[in-house]
Design a protein around this ligand. Sequence first.
Ligand code: THU
Length: 130
Amino acid sequence: MSHDLYLAAKAAMAKAYAPYSKFPVGAAIRTEDGRIFAGANIEVASFPEGWCAETTALGHYIMGGGGRIVEIAVIAERMAKCTPCGGCRQRLAEFAGPEAKLYLCDETGVAETVTMGDMLPYGFRGDTWT
Ligand code: THU
Protein backbone atom coordinates (compact mmCIF):
# COMPACT_ATOMS: atom_id res chain seq x y z
CA MET A 1 0.00 0.00 0.00
CA SER A 2 1.13 3.51 -0.36
CA HIS A 3 2.22 5.21 2.80
CA ASP A 4 -0.64 7.75 2.69
CA LEU A 5 -3.20 5.33 4.15
CA TYR A 6 -0.88 4.62 7.08
CA LEU A 7 -0.30 8.34 7.59
CA ALA A 8 -4.06 9.00 7.50
CA ALA A 9 -4.66 6.37 10.19
CA LYS A 10 -1.85 7.81 12.30
CA ALA A 11 -3.14 11.37 11.93
CA ALA A 12 -6.61 10.17 12.92
CA MET A 13 -5.17 8.44 16.00
CA ALA A 14 -3.80 11.80 17.13
CA LYS A 15 -7.40 13.04 17.26
CA ALA A 16 -8.70 10.16 19.39
CA TYR A 17 -10.83 11.06 22.36
CA ALA A 18 -9.82 8.30 24.75
CA PRO A 19 -9.49 9.86 28.22
CA TYR A 20 -10.76 6.72 29.98
CA SER A 21 -8.81 3.90 28.36
CA LYS A 22 -5.89 6.11 27.28
CA PHE A 23 -5.72 3.79 24.28
CA PRO A 24 -5.86 5.98 21.15
CA VAL A 25 -6.67 4.17 17.92
CA GLY A 26 -6.77 5.39 14.32
CA ALA A 27 -8.28 3.72 11.27
CA ALA A 28 -8.28 4.64 7.60
CA ILE A 29 -10.28 3.21 4.72
CA ARG A 30 -9.39 3.49 1.04
CA THR A 31 -11.96 3.00 -1.72
CA GLU A 32 -11.04 1.66 -5.15
CA ASP A 33 -11.10 5.16 -6.64
CA GLY A 34 -8.50 6.29 -4.13
CA ARG A 35 -10.53 8.22 -1.61
CA ILE A 36 -9.44 7.91 2.03
CA PHE A 37 -11.72 8.12 5.07
CA ALA A 38 -10.23 8.12 8.54
CA GLY A 39 -11.48 8.00 12.11
CA ALA A 40 -10.48 7.72 15.75
CA ASN A 41 -12.07 6.12 18.77
CA ILE A 42 -14.42 8.30 20.79
CA GLU A 43 -15.09 7.42 24.42
CA VAL A 44 -17.93 8.47 26.71
CA ALA A 45 -18.07 8.64 30.52
CA SER A 46 -20.80 6.02 30.33
CA PHE A 47 -18.26 3.53 28.99
CA PRO A 48 -20.43 1.28 26.80
CA GLU A 49 -21.50 4.33 24.78
CA GLY A 50 -18.06 4.94 23.31
CA TRP A 51 -17.08 3.56 19.92
CA CYS A 52 -14.08 2.44 17.92
CA ALA A 53 -11.86 4.18 15.37
CA GLU A 54 -13.05 1.83 12.62
CA THR A 55 -16.66 2.82 13.25
CA THR A 56 -15.83 6.54 13.02
CA ALA A 57 -14.00 5.88 9.74
CA LEU A 58 -16.99 3.96 8.40
CA GLY A 59 -19.23 6.94 9.20
CA HIS A 60 -16.98 9.21 7.16
CA TYR A 61 -16.87 6.63 4.36
CA ILE A 62 -20.64 6.47 4.14
CA MET A 63 -21.05 10.25 4.29
CA GLY A 64 -18.37 10.56 1.60
CA GLY A 65 -20.42 8.46 -0.79
CA GLY A 66 -19.28 4.92 0.02
CA GLY A 67 -17.91 2.68 -2.73
CA ARG A 68 -15.81 -0.45 -2.89
CA ILE A 69 -13.35 -0.69 0.00
CA VAL A 70 -9.95 -2.02 -1.05
CA GLU A 71 -7.71 -1.26 1.94
CA ILE A 72 -8.04 -0.58 5.65
CA ALA A 73 -5.28 0.47 8.04
CA VAL A 74 -5.49 0.31 11.84
CA ILE A 75 -2.98 1.71 14.32
CA ALA A 76 -2.91 1.99 18.11
CA GLU A 77 -0.36 3.99 20.04
CA ARG A 78 0.08 1.39 22.77
CA MET A 79 -0.24 -1.84 20.79
CA ALA A 80 1.56 -3.04 17.68
CA LYS A 81 -0.71 -4.76 15.18
CA CYS A 82 -3.97 -3.81 16.91
CA THR A 83 -6.76 -5.80 15.26
CA PRO A 84 -10.36 -4.60 14.92
CA CYS A 85 -12.71 -5.80 17.65
CA GLY A 86 -15.38 -8.35 16.80
CA GLY A 87 -18.11 -5.75 16.34
CA CYS A 88 -15.95 -3.65 14.02
CA ARG A 89 -15.04 -6.71 11.96
CA GLN A 90 -18.73 -7.23 11.36
CA ARG A 91 -19.26 -3.52 10.58
CA LEU A 92 -16.31 -3.45 8.17
CA ALA A 93 -17.51 -6.66 6.51
CA GLU A 94 -20.81 -4.96 5.78
CA PHE A 95 -18.96 -2.80 3.24
CA ALA A 96 -15.62 -4.55 2.60
CA GLY A 97 -15.40 -7.91 0.81
CA PRO A 98 -13.23 -10.80 2.01
CA GLU A 99 -10.48 -9.74 -0.42
CA ALA A 100 -10.08 -6.27 1.11
CA LYS A 101 -6.65 -5.83 2.67
CA LEU A 102 -6.28 -4.95 6.31
CA TYR A 103 -3.00 -3.39 7.41
CA LEU A 104 -2.05 -3.89 11.03
CA CYS A 105 0.36 -1.12 11.87
CA ASP A 106 2.93 -0.06 14.43
CA GLU A 107 4.72 3.21 15.03
CA THR A 108 6.88 2.83 11.92
CA GLY A 109 4.40 1.58 9.32
CA VAL A 110 2.56 -1.56 8.25
CA ALA A 111 3.63 -4.49 10.45
CA GLU A 112 1.38 -7.19 8.99
CA THR A 113 -1.08 -7.49 6.12
CA VAL A 114 -4.15 -9.71 6.36
CA THR A 115 -7.50 -9.77 4.56
CA MET A 116 -11.02 -9.19 5.78
CA GLY A 117 -11.64 -12.86 5.04
CA ASP A 118 -8.82 -13.75 7.44
CA MET A 119 -10.28 -11.42 10.07
CA LEU A 120 -13.88 -12.56 9.88
CA PRO A 121 -14.22 -16.10 8.56
CA TYR A 122 -17.78 -17.42 8.63
CA GLY A 123 -19.09 -13.92 9.36
CA PHE A 124 -22.83 -13.43 9.46
CA ARG A 125 -24.11 -12.18 6.11
CA GLY A 126 -27.30 -10.30 5.47
CA ASP A 127 -27.52 -11.17 1.77
CA THR A 128 -28.03 -14.90 2.08
CA TRP A 129 -31.19 -15.28 4.10
CA THR A 130 -34.44 -16.31 2.45
N1 THU B 1 -10.64 0.39 20.03
C1 THU B 1 -10.69 0.84 18.74
O1 THU B 1 -10.97 2.03 18.50
N2 THU B 1 -10.44 -0.03 17.75
C2 THU B 1 -9.99 -1.30 17.92
O2 THU B 1 -9.70 -1.97 16.95
C3 THU B 1 -9.87 -1.85 19.28
C4 THU B 1 -10.35 -0.98 20.38
C5 THU B 1 -10.85 1.35 21.11
C6 THU B 1 -12.13 1.24 21.87
C7 THU B 1 -11.76 1.94 23.17
O3 THU B 1 -11.94 3.34 23.01
C8 THU B 1 -10.28 1.66 23.33
O4 THU B 1 -9.83 1.24 22.06
C9 THU B 1 -9.95 0.60 24.36
O5 THU B 1 -10.68 -0.54 24.14
